[in-house]
Design a protein around this ligand. Structure first.
Ligand code: NAG
Ligand code: NAG
Ligand code: NAG
Ligand code: NAG
Ligand code: NAG
Ligand code: NAG
Ligand code: NAG
Ligand code: NAG
Length: 479
């Protein structure tokens, strides 16, 4: 009696639920797999979990042929019940796990063993069609809906997707073909999309062959993306690496990306839909990124930027064989703003343009955009950079009557290819300053002299997301 009275109601509920879960797990075949080897491992995460289960316990088959879509659903539905009791980790053992789209839950970790491969199904019926994003008004590929991403989450908190460099293979080839042939019924799925969520970690995974964008946090906050390798054929369409979209407090670090599109594309909605939704991307940190993007940018700001982009800090970026380093893409009709952008310590090797700003990107969702909605591009700072084998230093095209202002470029040395462009800086409708930049910038970026070598700003104080730390967690899972 005393024992029970000393327990609080929540603890009694906890015990009852735990017993129920154990009974349910048993009926899912834990008994018959008792002889399986257990593996104890450690991993780093923003939060650890009290419980764990293996996908095999739910009847998963890792032959690369059998669909596990319903197995992921059953496992996650089940583990979601443990959210109030310390949360749960779902372990994906070695093998090839074919699956369509599945949904995550809160206080949950998806953990891939290093030899686990999630193979994305190529069967369209495995992909529910969901509403277009309100800030885009339509799908990016087609009007109307879009296929839900392979790993999808909405209205969540405290979610970790990690592994010891386990693989998520989007098997994108048929999607790319349908896109090129104009045969898509809906917009292609992404690999990971997290919507309206907070406290998210995506780390230590390899993502290959996504049908379209790879990682898309949208309308979310406190997002950490760490140690991700993304590999896409450089000619695959729209295989952007990481696209923070209308997000606050995001940190992207230690990633290696080979992409058919931008390695990181910062976004916030499209023309009149993005203006109406009005949700900016702000307080974004990008550091220690290595990018290969022969036909696009290392870091793109836009082109969908109608909700605004503010306070982006990028540092220690390595670009190899890429079209441009930092690129601002916008257009009349976008509205919104790109302001307070800080980039330093970027190393570039073999580039078409080190810097590129495009005010006439076009690409409208429909013809209802407001021709008076002009974007504000302001306070853009680039410093401490070295580039080699560059065809043209900069192509800076603002908008007539709406100049891009407050551009500051200092301490930048750009080495040229054997056949460089004659005009190295082509500037129109931009205003700003420069110091210690070679080759010599255009006159619109007034030279301040060598004593102003440190004139471009990079904020000293850190953003809240920089102080989020991962802890060491341990887990005992059946292989
Ligand atoms: C990712 O892997 C590296 C190297 O194995 C490890 O040091 C780091 O803690 C891991 N990070 C996370 C967030 O799991
Ligand atoms: C995931 O959740 C969304 C939103 O509730 C829903 O539309 C979609 O069908 C779910 N996906 C799956 C695979 O159940
Ligand atoms: C997510 O939350 C919003 C706002 O509370 C709600 O309108 C929407 O139905 C929720 N969606 C899902 C799938 O839970
Ligand atoms: C992860 O796997 C990719 C692809 O095999 C590899 O290139 C990369 O070096 C691996 N990263 C780590 C940290 O082991
Ligand atoms: C896509 O639409 C076409 C008609 O435009 C139809 O024949 C085809 O079955 C549809 N595919 C799917 C998977 O719904
Ligand atoms: C100029 O940039 C280089 C390369 O990033 C760096 O090593 C150097 O310290 C910078 N100089 C100044 C004065 O900031
Ligand atoms: C320099 O860039 C050109 C393209 O402009 C490329 O063909 C060549 O291989 C590059 N050279 C080196 C040494 O990387
Ligand atoms: C410079 O850029 C303008 C557009 O901003 C373009 O019309 C012009 O042709 C460019 N000049 C050269 C030499 O590339």
């Amino acid at each position: 009696m005393e024992f029970f009275t000393s327990l609080r109601t929540t603890q009694v509920i906890y015990i009852i639920v735990l017993l129920g879960v154990l009974v349910l797990l048993n009926t899912n075949g834990v008994e018959s797999r008792k002889d399986r080897i257990s593996e104890w491992f450690e991993y780093s995460a923003i939060s650890c979990r009290a419980h764990s289960a293996s996908l095999e316990e739910f009847g998963g088959v890792a032959d690369g042929i059998t669909s596990n879509t319903h197995v992921f659903k059953a496992a996650i539905d089940h583990l979601s019940q443990l959210a109030p009791y310390g949360g749960a980790l779902l372990f994906v053992p070695p093998g090839k796990w074919l699956t369509g789209s599945f949904n995550l839950t809160s206080h949950f970790t998806l953990y891939l063993h290093k030899d686990a491969v999630l193979l994305a199904s190529q069967d369209e019926s495995e992909w529910p069609v969901i509403e277009p994003l309100p800030s885009y008004g339509r799908g990016r590929d087609t009007e109307g809906g879009r296929y839900s991403s392979l790993i999808f989450g909405i209205n969540l908190t405290d979610v970790v997707i990690t592994g010891e460099n386990g693989t998520i293979d989007g098997q994108g080839e048929p999607w790319w073909q349908k896109f090129r042939a104009g045969e898509l019924n809906y917009t292609r799925p992404y690999l990971i999309e997290i919507m309206h969520s907070e406290n998210i970690q995506i780390s230590n995974l390899t993502l290959i062959n996504s049908p379209s964008w790879n990682v898309h946090p949208v309308y979310s906050s406190n997002v950490v993306v760490q140690g991700i390798t993304i590999l896409s054929p450089v000619t695959s369409p729209n295989t952007d690496g990481i696209n923070p979209d209308s997000c606050t407090n995001t940190r992207i670090e230690d990633c290696y990306i080979v992409s058919g599109d931008d390695c990181v594309a910062v976004k916030s909605g499209w023309d009149e839909y993005g203006i109406a939704y009005g949700m900016p991307t702000k307080q974004l940190v990008i550091r220690r990124l290595t990018c290969i993007s022969p036909f696009s940018a290392v870091i793109a700001l836009g082109s969908e930027m109608s909700g605004g982009i503010q306070d982006v800090r990028a540092e220690d970026i390595t670009a190899i064989n890429s079209e441009s380093g930092v690129r601002i893409k916008t257009a009349i009709g976008r509205g919104g703003f790109v302001k307070d952008i800080y980039v330093r310590r970027m190393t570039m090797k073999t580039m078409k343009w080190a810097f590129w700003m495009t005010g006439n990107y076009g690409s409208h969702p429909d013809n209802n955009y407001d021709p008076n909605a002009l974007p504000v591009i302001q306070n853009i700072n680039y410093r401490d950079m070295v580039a080699e084998n560059v065809t043209m230093a900069a192509r800076l095209e603002g908008i007539s009557g709406d100049p891009f202002s407050g551009i500051c470029i200092s301490n930048v040395t750009i080495g040229l290819t054997k056949k460089p462009k004659k005009l190295q800086w082509n500037c129109t409708d931009v205003e700003g300053i420069s110091s210690t930049v070679t080759p010599k910038p255009c006159n619109l970026l007034a030279d301040q002299g060598p004593e102003k070598i440190s004139s471009c700003n990079f904020p000293e104080e850190s953003l809240p997301i920089e102080n989020v730390e991962v802890q060491t967690c341990s887990c005992n899972a059946k292989l």
